[in-house]
Design a protein around this ligand. Structure first.
Ligand SMILES: [Zn+2]
Ligand SMILES: [Zn+2]
Ligand SMILES: [Zn+2]
Length: 252
């Protein structure tokens, strides 16, 4: 399995427009963060998790030419609003792209992006998508996908376990049953917004408590804000835990 970090930034991206803090002023590419999304390549399938606001530039940067399926964690704008960019992949692949999410996400997609699903000639060139509501574990080709529910404030968000990897973004609470299903991981990708506590995201301290309990072989923190300098934060983390950066590639 190969995992490519297309973006590891919080909803604003980093730098934040108009901000002159040290991280936003940094010229180091490891402090530049597009909106959070990963591409998982496994058993011949390329699976995109979320269509971030930055999907176009992410696809160009990494020469993406194929997406077999999209898994949606939740319908917040930073994870969803790049959905229109999928139409280029339809053109290349000459087929519809299956998109999976929980009931709330699929309903939001179909209402917020109604034009995609309506037959109106004047709407022009639009994505060709098929939506599927996730009810439990399922497969994409030979790739087993285990949806695991976590909490993002009061919102239920899906994290996804694919064999030994789990992508757990946008959350500040993992219920007990879900913790059980996140045990024995080779790689945990986990939300950690900043040092200060936040109402809907783990901060670094909260993320490290989860790591202590789950004990994955390796943990990569994502959905990072401009409060986290890549180098200074990494130096403060325990062994086996590190920050993501855009373009980071992991082979499992
Ligand atoms: Zn987010
Ligand atoms: Zn800043
Ligand atoms: Zn969110």
């Amino acid at each position: 399995m190969k995992i490519l970090f297309l973006g590891c930034g919080t909803s604003t991206g980093v730098p934040v427009i108009g901000c002159r803090c040290q991280v936003c002023s940094s010229q180091d590419p490891k402090n530049w963060r597009l909106r959070a999304s990963i591409l998982v390549e496994h058993r011949g399938k390329k699976i995109l998790i979320d269509t971030s606001t930055d999907l176009r530039i992410q696809a160009l940067r990494h020469s993406l030419t194929r997406i077999d399926a999209v898994l949606y964690t939740h319908p917040h704008a930073d994870h969803l609003h790049g959905i229109d960019e999928l139409r280029v992949f339809n053109l290349i692949q000459k087929e519809s792209i299956p998109c999976y999410g929980n009931r709330e996400t699929i309903e939001r997609i179909r209402s917020m992006f109604r034009y995609i699903f309506e037959e109106h000639e004047e709407e022009g060139w639009k994505p060709n998508l098929e939506t599927f509501t996730i009810e439990g574990p399922f497969s994409i080709g030979d790739v087993p996908v285990e949806p695991i529910e976590v909490y993002h404030g009061s919102m239920k968000v899906l994290s996804f376990r694919i064999d030994g990897m789990a992508y757990v973004t946008d959350c500040n609470h993992i219920p007990e049953g879900s913790m059980e299903r996140l045990k024995g991981l080779d790689l945990l990708i986990l939300d950690a917004l900043r040092h200060k506590p936040h109402k809907t995201h783990f901060n670094i301290e909260g993320a490290l408590e989860i790591v202590k309990e789950l004990r994955p072989s390796r943990t990569i923190l994502t959905h990072l804000s401009h409060n986290l300098d890549y180098y200074a934060t990494n130096r403060s983390l325990p062994p086996g835990v590190e920050l993501a950066y855009d373009g980071m590639e992991i082979s499992l």
